[in-house]
Design a protein around this ligand. Structure first.
Ligand code: ZN
Length: 193
């Protein structure tokens, strides 16, 4: 089910931004020899909303200026509504260092999504949320030089490239499932055709 998310025009210029890789402690979901299969089609059935409808890409995941950028930066405009990607539970909603105001949602399949730099969080820890639930308002809190959403995907508290799941250009989910395994506390993410 694709939820109807309001499409907003983006109205500001490009801003560069830096976010350090900060570890936020949360309990682990994946043990050695276990594997986690995350399938976009299953997620779609449960409900999906692109976190920032109408957004423009600022910066992808990966190494940037010699530093790891742990998520994707996307933007519309200040105070725009950031929405939950999938059903889940809020496991953190607070200020966290360079992330500024940050919301973390854990989804039933073990995936966690992070929404940060918010001017204001609209949910609190323990809230049950649905795909499309307003989580926060877009801002530039923490280490950010312009209003945008720094969006991360994590399993076992380890970030991986959200674009393996999300098509940030077309605001859709990709088709391939992801197989996530853990070896010596490091997760590996592989596409499964
Ligand atoms: Zn970022």
């Amino acid at each position: 089910m694709l939820l109807a998310c309001p499409i907003m025009a983006w109205a500001q210029d490009y801003y560069d931004v830096g976010v350090n890789h900060i570890k936020i402690n949360s309990s682990t979901q994946l043990n050695d020899k276990e594997e986690l299969l995350i399938c976009p089609m299953d997620l779609m059935e449960e409900g999906f909303c692109f976190p920032l409808p109408g957004s423009k890409i600022l910066s992808p995941y990966g190494t940037r200026d010699g530093r790891m950028h742990s998520g994707w930066d996307i933007k519309t405009f200040a105070n725009d509504t950031i929405r939950c990607a999938f059903n889940g539970e809020v496991i953190m909603s607070q200020w966290y260092a360079d992330y500024g105001n940050c919301v973390i949602v854990r989804h039933p399949n073990g995936l966690e999504t992070y929404y940060s730099h918010n001017v204001k969080n609209l949910v609190k820890k323990g809230d049950k949320v649905k795909a499309g639930t307003p989580l926060a308002l877009e801002g530039r809190t923490g280490r950010a030089t312009g209003d945008h959403l720094h969006f991360e995907t994590r399993v076992n508290n380890q970030h991986f490239d959200p674009s393996l799941l999300f098509d940030f250009e077309n605001h859709r989910l990709r088709k391939d499932c992801l197989r996530i395994t853990k070896k010596k506390s490091v997760i590996k993410v592989k596409k499964v055709k």
